[in-house]
Design a protein around this ligand. Structure first.
Ligand SMILES: [Zn+2]
Length: 291
């Protein structure tokens, strides 16, 4: 038998290799082109018109303008507002209600609110009763004050009233004294008044002008500072004054609301019922009246 010779010679093998290589490259290029075309058509569906097409379409704004000139109600949209402009008109300052200002004073005389935002009426009048040491308070707040002082003394304490009703002139003098202290420290007039107002109420805004407030200190510690709260007299008053209708008017951490620094000596008459509520809730008079 004749031995079968090799099926392909070297030249034929090379031609076959080239043929398969060309087929493979063609298939790859076709595949890539098809994938590209598919991706392009999908983008077009989503609204991305290829840039080459936009050049042949008429300007859409021109179309809209033409339509608006012939059809009613198809006017072009107003241009977008400048983003730097505020969306709403600013409200004039006088229309913004001040959260500190009481719209109307309560009818009850013992709920009269006087602070830096709510000055006392110029013609506010009251009946005073003069105390033994020359001080004076509203006659209606006197009986409970006397009871409180009597009961404190019965406990062996020695509270004394060091400040009470003040006329506007008296308040004026006190305020001026305080301003002078700051002026002496080198502050400007404006700065001195601002600082003084933190400690002494501006005339017309002191609760002492109502006759419903008293400053009480311990006989053996007659200094108006935070050390006052450590005296047995203040400890007793802070615990018991509400039973007599008096509240510690300027508690610590309420200064933003009262406008006055912590004063562990200033008591204010609000009547027994309200005093108990304020004491129980741990609020200040402003919070009670603004609620
Ligand atoms: Zn006071």
């Amino acid at each position: 038998m004749k031995k079968q010779t090799a099926k392909y010679n070297g030249t034929q093998k090379f031609i076959l290799f080239c043929f398969f290589a060309i087929v493979l490259i063609s298939v790859t290029i076709t595949g890539l082109l098809l994938w590209k075309a598919f991706a392009w058509s999908r983008d077009a569906e989503e609204g991305d018109i290829p840039s080459t097409l936009t050049e042949v379409l008429p300007d859409s704004q021109d179309v809209k303008d033409t339509l608006s000139s012939i059809l009613p109600g198809t006017g072009t949209k107003e241009p977008e507002a400048d983003e730097t402009e505020p969306e709403t008109e600013p409200v004039p300052e006088e229309d913004v209600p001040d959260p500190h200002v009481l719209e109307q004073q309560r009818e009850e005389w013992y709920l009269l609110l006087v602070n830096k935002w709510n000055p006392i009426d110029r013609d506010y009048s009251l009946d005073l009763v003069e105390l033994r040491n020359g001080h004076a308070v509203d006659i209606r707040a006197y009986p409970d004050l006397q009871d409180m002082m009597d009961d404190a003394r019965a406990e062996g304490l020695q509270p004394i009233i060091c400040s009470s009703y003040r006329t506007n002139q008296r308040q004026r003098d006190l305020f001026k004294n305080q301003v002078d202290k700051y002026l002496a420290l080198g502050l400007t007039e404006e700065e001195a008044e601002e600082q003084a107002a933190k400690w002494v109420a501006v005339p017309g805004t002191s609760e002492h002008q109502t006759g419903l407030a008293v400053d009480i200190v311990a006989l053996d510690y007659q200094i108006l500072d935070e050390g006052q709260e450590d005296t047995p007299e203040q400890k007793w008053l802070m615990e018991n004054s509400y039973k007599y209708g008096y509240i510690l008017r300027y508690p610590t951490e309420k200064s933003d609301l009262t406008g006055i620094h912590y004063e562990p000596w200033h008591y204010r008459y609000v009547g027994k019922e309200v005093a108990k509520e304020i004491y129980d809730l741990g609020i200040c008079l402003e919070e009670y009246l603004m609620k």
